[in-house]
Write a protein that binds this ligand. Structure first.
Ligand SMILES: O=C(O)CCC(=O)C(=O)O
Length: 385
């Protein structure tokens, strides 16, 4: 058992978890789950809530999940696979069929030979690490907890609404059209704008290729998804999960589904953390990094368009006490006024529409008005509800 250490750096208000016994005698401490909780010596703040500004030896109490909601890391299936698909396979029909199977069974798959150059994915991760190493004062200038802002450095998920926080800081960017948004992006590190712009362009191309294959795998014409979703927005979350003193008590991101159409995730090559809930049996499986792969997942909008055939599955990010972790999620989002609903070709007498039609603006507002780990947001748009 480690000795209790003092928290360094300012953080969110709350009490802290440490592994020591000494704090038990201190009136400002108590015990939770066999660990010592320490009350903070800091006050509420805004940018002070960022957890990437200091090393943490203790977990503040307002990051501690109730017993029943903890990640139970020992129960996670570590040797399971999500499908891996080589996009360079010349047999297009086979690739389309594999993508269809993956969307139906897992809602997640990894792609190899995806067209995004390896040097670019490495540069993207490197500049992301450099960004989170910037001095606290510089990061504070970018901080906001307003989900409506199109460029913000923030923490957890939705600090204005949630009662238990998540062990994550993140930079959220709008990325399309680039010429509109890049001028708002961080100017430091100096290569940030150029590297991230190049990455966004390549990821967007990949997303549209995947839309084509996904449409075909549903028996729709190749351009169906792209056309129906309108002039797509593209958002990015650069997620930084610092080392965490008590990973079994908290999350980087708790279980959630993605509200957009398609997500392309670039994972840290050295540190695992993404876990996906297996649709078949509800068990959590760890997605281990695979050299040069990108992880793809179906978002809520593709589940709706496919009339529920393809799954937007629950996934989460867990943290660890050894190493920080980075992930870069690129979200392709329908335009706000796109009308979403099951494709007419997929609705029949024996497979009636599972979801009603709605606009993406309506969906997105509903998504952000809730806690991340509530019911599947799409359930609120069922025809039967
Ligand atoms: O960090 C990860 O592996 C998952 C990130 C994620 O799910 C998200 O940004 O929505």
């Amino acid at each position: 058992m480690r000795a209790p250490l003092r928290c360094r750096g300012a953080r969110a208000p709350g009490r802290a978890i440490t592994h020591g016994a000494r704090a038990q005698k201190n009136p400002s401490t108590s015990r939770v789950a066999g660990r010592v909780i320490k009350r903070p010596t800091y006050g509420p703040g805004m940018a002070e809530q960022l957890i990437s500004t200091a090393e943490h030896a203790e977990l503040p109490e307002n990051y501690v999940r109730p017993e029943a909601q903890r990640p139970r890391l020992s129960e996670v299936v570590s040797d399971a696979q999500i499908p891996v698909i080589d996009l360079a396979d010349p047999d297009r029909a086979a690739v389309v069929a594999r993508i269809g199977d993956a969307c139906r069974t897992h809602g997640f798959f990894q792609v190899l030979n995806h067209g995004v150059p390896a040097e670019l994915t490495q540069a993207m991760l490197a500049v992301a690490y450099d960004f989170f190493r910037l001095p606290a004062e510089e990061k504070a200038k970018l901080y906001s907890d307003d989900p409506a802002k199109k460029m913000r450095l923030s923490t957890s998920f939705n600090v204005r609404k949630e009662t238990v926080h998540n062990w994550r800081d993140y930079l959220r960017l709008h990325c399309h059209p680039l010429e509109q948004y890049v001028p708002e992006w961080p100017q430091n590190p100096p290569s940030f704008r150029e590297t991230v712009s190049s990455y966004c362009v390549e990821v967007r191309k990949l997303g549209f290729r995947l839309y084509g294959a996904i449409s075909q795998s549903l028996g729709l014409e190749e351009g169906y998804m792209e056309r129906t979703l309108g002039e797509q927005e593209q958002h990015m979350a650069v997620n930084f999960y610092p080392r965490c003193p008590a990973p079994e008590l908290t999350y980087g991101l708790p279980a959630h589904t993605d509200p957009n159409a398609l997500t392309i995730l670039l994972m840290d090559q050295q540190v695992a953390g993404l876990q996906v809930r297996r649709y078949a049996d509800g068990s959590w499986i760890a997605v281990n990094p695979r050299p040069n792969a990108l992880v793809i997942n179906i978002g809520d909008q593709l589940q709706a368009l496919s009339n529920g055939r393809y799954k937007s599955v629950w996934h989460r990010a867990v943290v660890n006490s050894d190493r920080p972790r980075m992930s870069v999620a690129s979200f392709l989002c329908p335009c706000n006024d796109a009308r979403i609903g099951p494709a007419a070709e997929l609705v029949a007498h024996d497979s009636p529409a599972v979801y009603r039609d709605y606009t993406y603006a309506e969906y997105y507002a509903k998504f952000w008005s809730r806690n991340l780990d509530q019911e599947h947001c799409l359930d609120l748009f069922r025809t039967s509800s």
